[in-house]
Design a protein around this ligand. Sequence first.
Ligand SMILES: *Cc1c(COP(=O)(O)O)cnc(C)c1O
Length: 351
Amino acid sequence: MLKFRKGLADMPPYLPDVEKDWEIKANANEAALNLPPLVAERVMARLSRVAFHRYPGEEPELLREQIARSYQLKPENVCLGNGSSEIIEKLFFAFGGKGHSILYPEPSFSMYKIYAKAAEAEGIPFPLGEDYQLDGDAFIALAKEKKVALAVICNPNNPTGNYLPLEEVEAIAARLDCPLLVDEAYIEFSGGSASCLLAKYSNLIVARTFSKAYGLAACRVGYMLADAGIAVMVNRSYMPYHLNVLSAATADIVYQMRDEYGPRIDMAVAERQRMFTRLQEIPGLKVFPSAANFLLLYSAQAAALHEALAARGIGVRSFGAEGRLAGCLRLSMGTREENDAVFQAIKAWGK
Ligand SMILES: *Cc1c(COP(=O)(O)O)cnc(C)c1O
């Protein structure tokens, strides 16, 4: 008899689509390109000097200080994590527990619900509007009514692509009487980060990641910016040395050289606009406007389209036939050539 933790068997697993070796992998919002050559050179040189026999020492600390400086904050305001996933999970842990509730938009990042459950908090989904827009007044009202311990918004929202203007994020932060996490995993593609508001609102928490715009998904590095009183509690929930030296040193160099990524981010944005326009010409396909590096598509025959693309070696994310995202597919932007191939495949299928 295996006495597993109560509720664990009901936790939905996160099932990354790893079985298939996609020719075009457009299902996880990853960056289209590997490290820029100049960055790769410096990363490899740096990794060759790592003291593999020592626990992480200065590398995570240097990264933390560098990030703090770039936002004119103190290191005490920065938490690093194994992807922003680890940070969000620990933040939910820090504000969760029996009798506490956490508010997050629906549909949004599927992990919020799972982290809320893992933290033994009550997860409260806030329904987004018709075209997935977020009604700030209603969001605040529900947060107050339910006396939530933490409210979350995802900006731009995954998987719908909506961007909430900074003034609206500010209005929410100002009027909530609880902490507000703004998950900015895709903010490089939209601009308008809430990080400039941190000095003004001590309840504001911003989560960022190296996995998307900075193409470092393999390393699992993210960070959170918050009031020191919040950051200290999140840091308390980590195990010792949670961020490994290889990832920390790599992210440290990537962050130093982040200007190298400007042209790539611009390309992803331009490709998103180009594909948005082109895909709209396809009959029966609804394309949602997006501020991120992906597009959300709706088709009454989404399952068949998903399959037709898979048959051509193109992997996109499907959201099944149930719920608010029924009939929706999410297409991550690749290189121009990859996007052209995806467009041709969708067009050929549509005929
Ligand atoms: C990808 C993603 C993250 C986290 O990714 P990490 O690789 O763990 O940093 C967080 N939030 C959203 C909405 C995402 O799409």
